[in-house]
Design a protein around this ligand. Structure first.
Ligand code: PGA
Length: 254
């Protein structure tokens, strides 16, 4: 059975002290919720401080990006060797990276490979644009992204995929549970074709895009949805705790 996972993507929000306050406001409650993996993804600059505050708890840490080389003259980049000292997870291929920083599938594929080699678990984001969705290209786009991003990667249960339709991110217009589940089932069948059925059954696939405490239940009750990648609502302690606790109530593996 797949253990549900809720990850908070803080994006480029929270200065150091704000990050620490946010963690302090929720770490005990999060720690007390069993049966769900809880992952916080603060900005790089706060990773070490957050790591200190979650020490000894069941809360885990993720980064929002990484480069695909270990070290060298890559000004401004962050290496997997630096992240592995702090993090369990790394978000890769987020649509904001694809859109604003021109990350192509080829680069994302290198990052996913490197994350696995370095012992980091990637949360690989895929999703279609509003235009692609409206013109009925969702299946084609998602198949293309998943296939390209996982090229040359051996089957592994350590992969996490987040299906994040771009039209639902930060817009307040989430997909419906049924819509999200249909695309997530599609992703599972792509994985079964690319890798094998057994691995496809154990890889966690999350939904992301305007998830809040008011709509999380709609996603979590769906059979193929294993959790959520939460942006805006992860910046409010009570919201994030509620999302995690509803997930535990509806789908925990205890
Ligand atoms: P949102 O962002 O929850 O603010 O829509 C989700 C994401 O981009 O991961």
């Amino acid at each position: 059975m797949r253990k549900p996972l809720i990850a908070g993507n803080w994006k480029m929000n929270t200065k150091l002290e704000e990050a620490k306050s946010l963690v302090r406001a929720m770490v005990t409650e999060l720690d007390n919720i069993a049966g769900v993996e809880k992952v916080l993804c603060p900005p790089f600059i706060s990773l070490a401080a957050v790591k200190e505050l979650i020490k000894g708890t069941s809360v885990e840490l993720g980064a929002q990006n990484m480069y695909f080389e270990d070290k060298g003259a890559y000004t401004g980049e962050t290496s997997p060797l630096m992240l592995i000292e702090l993090c369990d997870y790394v978000i890769l291929g987020h649509s904001e990276r694809r859109q604003y920083f021109f990350e192509k599938d080829e680069v994302i594929n290198k990052k996913v490979k490197k994350a696995f080699e370095s012992g980091l678990k990637p949360i690989l984001c895929v999703g279609e644009s509003p235009e692609e969705n409206e013109s009925g290209k969702t299946e084609q786009i998602i198949t293309g992204q998943v296939t390209a991003d996982l090229t040359g990667i051996s089957p592994t249960s350590q992969l996490v995929i987040a299906y994040e339709p771009i039209w639902a991110i930060g817009t307040g217009e989430a997909a419906t549970g049924k819509q999200a589940n249909a695309t997530i089932s599609l992703i599972r069948s792509i994985l079964a074709n690319l890798w094998n059925k057994e691995t496809a059954e154990v890889v966690r696939i999350l939904y992301g895009g305007s998830v809040t405490s008011s709509n999380i239940a709609e996603f979590i009750v769906e059979a193929d949805i294993d959790g959520a990648l939460v942006g805006g609502a992860s910046l409010k302690a009570n919201e994030f705790v509620s999302i995690v606790s509803q997930t535990a109530n509806l789908k925990s593996t205890r």
